[in-house]
Design a protein around this ligand. Structure first.
Ligand SMILES: Cc1ncc(COP(=O)(O)O)c(C=O)c1O
Length: 482
């Protein structure tokens, strides 16, 4: 290609390295540079365009780290052979006006699809520390830890969790109240087997966490959908339609999936109802660790004078979901009953992962990791919200929320979010449809988008533009059929 087309304008359109970076991306998107094409060396491009070498180097570094370029050492740098066509980089308008072409799906790191929900930032997991602790755990595991484990979990981990919850969530509990489980569903299973009976009725947030809903229905529970508004689950509706329920499942810190917090008056009403009726509250505190402004309200459990709250947390969002480790904190009056029941449930499995997490927490790595992730997620959330605003404009409305690792964006009424999510899935984009999280018909369609694995603004822009193409196509086909 003509190298002069890459030349940035001094004093125009941002820093020179960013202009160069964008021009390369555009050239690749428009086919002026093909996968496998060799690009000039830093030195020769700097001299051809009369730029400082550092400027070209910076742009090349960005293009390489984002997967557009592949550096092959002495053999030079080429356009990545994995790229098979990207949307007009940086120009959402062009994508809107041109007939939409489907860009490559090779732009996500590893096996993670863009927008995938429920995953923490796996690139930022401290693998070296983890590997060192694994070796240490294997070398130092004593004979006691090799016997049949306590079904409530490895004691040092239970102690570490109790300490952590005291400091971070205002929950005062002993390690004996902590039951380590195989994921959140393991905790639900324990509750269903010990405190509930098939046919029992429970309040369930509408919309609410879809997987736990199916799990509870599968365990024979009946669920009363309780609407969620901007103060969280509407407790007054629960009292009106199902005051005699045996349990309620809530996500008070960041309602799943809307992200709103359960207001203090509603928390108190809910606790009052549970105490008066002898009902159980299952508090799912799945991602309270990630909050970007303001402080979270203390956990419901910390206000539980009546001993009705079963608190659950998970390591899926703060470490990684492949661990399959979560925990339940029970009121002390229930400890004996749960311990008896534990002999009949699968429990948290092998001691080893539990020993590693315990060590990770005890040595301060956990607290450090969380601090680092809070900053990282604020940045990555910013990438996505910026990209959505720039690329989608008023075609999506991003619900403001103070925390969590996903964004909820509402669609204009006429759009079917399920069809859109299915079309996006066909294009390799893992957005979720808000309607799937409803038991009743959704009032408004929306898309749920994970942002934790958007490693750069460039990746995020590309994925968002690909989503915009899907939206555009679905609008055109809706217009054509109406
Ligand atoms: C609302 C909610 N609760 C709980 C969990 C944790 O589930 P698990 O521990 O099974 O990974 C998740 C995970 O995505 C979630 O979104």
């Amino acid at each position: 290609m003509d190298l002069q087309l890459l030349k940035p304008d001094a004093g125009h359109d941002g820093p020179m390295y960013l202009q160069l970076y964008r021009r390369y991306r555009n050239a690749i998107a428009q086919g002026q540079l093909a996968p496998g094409d060799r690009v000039p060396s830093v030195r020769s491009l700097a001299s051809a365009l009369n730029l400082a070498r550092g400027t070209v180097e910076l742009a090349y570094q960005m293009l390489t780290s984002e997967g557009y370029f592949v550096a092959r050492g002495a053999a030079g740098t080429i356009v990545s052979p994995r790229i098979t066509g990207l949307p007009g980089a940086g120009e959402p308008k062009a994508a809107r006006e041109a007939p939409p072409a489907m860009p490559s799906r090779d732009t996500a790191p590893g096996d993670i699809l863009p927008f995938q929900l429920g995953l923490p930032a796996l690139d930022a997991f401290p693998r070296k520390t983890w590997a060192r602790l694994t070796g240490r755990c294997l070398r130092t595991l004593d004979t006691a830890a090799m016997l049949y484990p306590h079904p409530a979990g490895y004691e040092p981990l239970r102690r570490a969790i109790a300490t952590y919850l005291g400091v971070s969530r205002g929950i005062s509990c002993s390690h004996e109240q902590v039951f380590v489980t195989g994921g959140y569903r393991g905790a639900l299973d324990l509750v269903c087997r010990t405190l509930l009976q098939p046919g029992d009725l429970g309040w369930y947030e509408d919309p609410g966490y879809v997987h736990a809903r199916h799990h509870l229905l599968n365990a024979g529970m009946r669920l009363a959908p309780i609407p969620v508004d901007d103060e969280g689950m509407n407790v007054a509706v629960g009292l009106r339609v199902a005051a005699d329920a045996r349990f309620a499942v809530v996500t008070p810190t960041h309602q799943s999936p809307t992200g709103v917090a359960l207001s203090l008056p509603r928390r108190l009403e809910l606790l009052e109802w549970a105490k008066a009726r002898g009902a159980w509250i299952i508090e799912d505190d799945y991602d309270s660790e990630f909050r970007y402004h303001g402080r979270p309200l203390p956990a419901l459990k910390s206000l539980d004078a009546g001993g009705r709250v079963l608190y659950t947390g998970t390591f899926s969002k703060v470490l990684f979901p492949g661990l399959r480790l979560a925990y339940l904190v029970a009121p002390s009056a229930l400890v004996e009953r749960l311990n008896l029941a534990l002999n009949h449930v699968p429990g948290p499995g092998s001691i080893l992962p539990q020993a590693m997490v315990a060590e990770f927490m005890e040595q301060g790595h956990f607290a450090r990791h969380l601090r680092k992730m809070r900053t990282l997620y604020a940045t990555r959330r910013g990438y996505l919200v910026d990209a959505l605003e720039r690329v989608m404009g008023d075609r999506l409305y991003v619900q403001p929320q103070a925390g969590g690792i996903h964004v909820l964006a509402y669609l204009p009424q006429e759009h079917g979010d399920r069809a859109l999510a299915a079309a996006a899935a066909a294009a390799g984009l893992a957005v979720g449809a808000l309607s799937d999280w409803y038991m009743h018909n959704a009032e408004r369609g929306g898309l749920l988008m994970g942002f934790a694995n958007f490693v750069s603004a460039g990746w995020t822009d590309d994925a968002t533009m690909r989503l915009q193409v899907v939206l555009e196509r679905s609008r055109s086909s809706t217009r054509a059929t109406s």
